[in-house]
Write a protein that binds this ligand. Structure first.
Ligand code: SF4
Length: 213
């Protein structure tokens, strides 16, 4: 990334942080994923449980293997063997001490926008885990709320459908969102989190580099 792009992200992140703080979110500006991982690993106490939702950003950070390596108690649906077991573990993750996730889009005024398939990611963000650590690239700050919703629906969601190879969706058949109701549809819940009731429960790591969809 060019230095001027990074400078712009940094200035935007400082401005956005003030808006996020007003909404009871706790912003943490990080130069890159490595710094975000280091901070998160320091803040998560070794005796606490950790759950996480599907996220390219969390995966790219490599924080999950590090937590396993230091003996953290993980609530991990990827370790299950049957759909029923997976479902139970996803429910269990909603009672974790920490939940790691990402955000699909953030408005310049600090509202969080997510499109969710199963709903576990949005559920955890809303209620359940004591702390939510959300890792998000500054490239996902799109503008006002309307623009952010449009970008998440028109860009992020179809890209995710391609990533997951959901052949029956208009995303793949036509290359664009068709506002579908297909069995494969991954846009079942569209959530706007405009404020947190509990101050600093949701920690938003603003990453000054391009990562995630
Ligand atoms: S609503 Fe359907 S067509 Fe639109 S992005 Fe979601 S899965 Fe694709």
């Amino acid at each position: 990334m060019e230095e001027y792009q990074k400078d712009r992200y940094n200035t935007s992140a400082v401005t956005l942080s003030k808006k996020l703080t007003r909404r009871n979110f706790l912003p943490v500006i990080c130069q890159n994923l490595a710094e975000a991982k280091e901070k998160a690993l320091t803040w998560i106490e070794p005796d606490k449980t950790v759950g996480f939702g599907g996220s390219i950003t969390v995966e790219a950070m490599g924080i999950i293997p590090d937590l396993y390596a230091r003996g953290q108690t993980m609530i991990d649906r990827e370790q299950t063997k049957t759909p029923a077991e997976r479902y139970q573990v996803m429910r269990q993750a909603l009672t974790a001490d920490y939940f790691l996730t990402s955000i699909n889009g953030i408005s310049e005024d600090g509202e969080l926008v997510n499109v969710d398939s199963v709903g576990n990611r949005v559920a955890a963000l809303t209620f359940g885990p004591d702390k939510v650590f959300a890792f998000v690239s500054m490239k996902k700050v799109y503008g006002d709320l309307e623009t952010t919703l449009a970008m998440v629906r028109r860009q992020t969601a179809p890209l995710n459908a391609w990533r997951l190879n959901l052949q029956q969706t208009p995303c793949i058949k036509k290359g664009t969102c068709g506002d579908c109701l297909q069995p494969e549809c991954i846009c079942n819940t569209i959530a706007i989190t405009r404020r947190s009731m509990a101050k600093d429960r949701i920690v938003i790591f603003l990453i000054l580099e391009d990562t995630g969809l």
